[in-house]
Design a protein around this ligand. Structure first.
Ligand code: PGA
Length: 247
């Protein structure tokens, strides 16, 4: 993969009105670059208005993604959003299995697997988040946990384009990022496993997420097999996010 991917995961931040101001500022900073792809993942309500924004309409390398979808096609699931609903907006990507969904909303690998299958059926590219907790890392179980997440989430899924975001749970929003050797080692483990599952290189991309910011990006960028970044906090301001992309 020659292109670096930068994903902004806005989580439960940024209303439609705030997104308009964000995109206006971002557009004034943005210089198109053929080897960089940017994916904005706003909330569901902001997704809808973002689709009409000129930054997203006129820029070749900028895409929209949802942060989540339900694992069922339709039905009695009050408050939930289906794949066909986000597809109708015209998004290209969707995050699944984020650790906040796994820990706060008890999402299992089985549920993530169901979501993945529905997304692929609907031609939306999944951004699959995997990563170990601090406890699992301290008991040397990181590889085992990540491989199990990959195997279960991709069970019965025939290989097609997918983004894997390795996000150690303890690094998310904590200000502590994983070190370059740990990221390189994990990326290698992920790459080998994806190849074993039948994914060829170029069909899957490996991103790192967890407290990425302007100060640590250049160092993390040197990790092996790294195709980009999933960024939360540091993507909430247009200047910060652009400065990261620009490096
Ligand atoms: P963070 O979030 O950059 O704020 O750590 C990353 C994520 O949760 O995807």
């Amino acid at each position: 993969m020659n292109n670096k991917i930068y994903i902004a995961n806005w989580k439960m931040n940024i209303t439609s009105k705030e997104a308009n101001s964000f995109f206006e500022k971002f557009l004034s900073l943005y210089q198109s670059s053929h080897n960089k792809e940017i994916i904005f993942c706003p909330s569901f309500t902001t997704l809808f208005s973002s689709k009409k924004n000129k930054l997203l309409n006129n820029s070749e390398n900028i895409y929209l993604g949802a942060q989540n979808v339900n694992n069922k096609k339709s039905g009695a699931h009050t408050g939930e959003i289906s794949v066909s609903m986000v597809k109708e907006i015209g998004i290209d990507y969707c995050i699944v299995g984020h650790s906040e969904r796994r820990s706060i909303y008890n999402e299992s690998n089985q549920i993530v697997n169901e979501k993945l299958k529905l997304l692929i059926e609907n031609k939306i590219k999944p951004i699959l988040c995997i990563g170990e907790t601090l406890e699992q890392r301290e008991s040397n179980d990181s590889d085992k946990v990540v491989l199990n997440q990959l195997s279960c989430c991709l069970d019965g899924v025939s290989p097609s384009e997918i983004i894997i975001a390795y996000e150690p749970v303890w690094a998310i929003g904590s200000g502590k990022n994983a070190n370059i050797d740990d990221i390189s080692n994990m990326n290698k483990v992920i790459k080998n496993h994806m190849n074993k599952l039948g994914y060829i290189d170029g069909q899957f991309y490996i991103l790192y997420g967890g407290s990425v910011n302007i100060d640590n990006l250049s160092t993390i960028n040197k990790a092996s097999f790294l195709d980009g970044f999933l960024i939360g906090g540091a993507s909430l301001r247009p200047e910060n996010f652009w400065n990261i992309i620009k490096i």
